[in-house]
Write a protein of this length. Structure first.
Length: 270
């Protein structure tokens, strides 16, 4: 099976960054909303699988299978086509290559981040309305409530470093997906890397935009307390996600594979 070399992947990532930087507001907003929804659906699936297995399966098996279940969200983003903030950390490669401006990068990140938030919260509201969290003798709802409060009480630096670890793996999965043109070749490496971050217990900012509102809705946490708890987690996790995907993947691979192979640019294209 043919595949792209790391150098060719680098150029594909740069070209993708140019496209993302020039996408119009309406398209970015819709694709960002879908991505936030896909990640939230993946979180629901992962939580359902983890609680369905129960204690008899053992913590290792639970983490493995719930991680694989969560990877369906990234698969829908890549194969279905959507804009995910964490994956767009790779746009830093196009910025370093002087193919996009910093303003275009920030525009994409802000629009996609807010659209991801809207999609994740919408799915939380939708899932709440289904009442499906009441099944499994209340285990599903208890797990979601516990998850929300654990995330809200997480130490800021722990949240940051878990965010770094998470998006290092997520962006590696997306980076590797560019190696193939066929659907299977794109899914397998992505699912492996994303499953690894779930199994490690790392923190994904967009997934937390579902987990925390969902848990707080279920136990009727006061709005001010819920917003404060979300901010304590999501802000450092977001910064960690940017560091993990932007520095440890985009910058590292730009230095290794793109820097010396890129033609000199007199101006900026986007």
């Amino acid at each position: 099976m043919s595949y792209r070399s790391p150098s060719e992947i680098g150029q594909a990532v740069v070209n993708s960054g140019i496209t993302k930087a020039t996408t119009d507001l309406t398209t970015l907003s819709m694709l960002g909303f879908l991505a936030g929804g896909f990640i939230a659906i993946a979180a629901i699936t992962s939580n359902t699988v983890a609680n369905g297995l129960g204690s008899w399966a053992g913590p290792g098996a639970v983490r493995l299978l719930s991680g694989l279940a969560f990877s369906i969200g990234i698969v829908m983003v890549i194969i279905g086509g959507a804009e995910l903030f964490t994956g767009n950390s790779l746009m830093i490669a196009a910025l370093l290559d002087r193919r996009i401006r910093a303003g275009a990068l920030l525009r994409n990140w802000i629009i996609v981040y807010l659209a991801n938030l809207a999609g994740a919260v919408f799915v939380a509201w939708l899932y709440y309305g289904t009442g499906l969290w009441r099944t499994a003798d209340g285990e599903l709802s208890r797990a979601l409530i516990e998850t929300a409060h654990k995330k809200a009480s997480l130490d800021i630096w722990q949240a940051f470093f878990r965010g770094v670890l998470c998006n290092w793996l997520v962006c590696m999965g997306i980076w590797m997906s560019y190696a193939a043109d066929d659907v299977t070749g794109r899914i397998v490496p992505t699912a492996m890397a994303v499953s690894a971050f779930v199994m490690c217990g790392a923190e994904h900012s967009i997934a937390n935009m579902f987990y925390m509102p969902m848990g707080f809705m279920l136990d009727s946490t006061p709005a001010a307390q819920a917003v404060s708890g979300m901010a304590r987690n999501i802000v450092p996790v977001t910064l960690g996600n940017i560091t993990g995907g932007g520095l440890l993947v985009a910058v590292a691979y730009w230095i290794a594979y793109i820097r010396r192979k890129s033609p000199a640019h007199d101006g900026v294209r986007a």
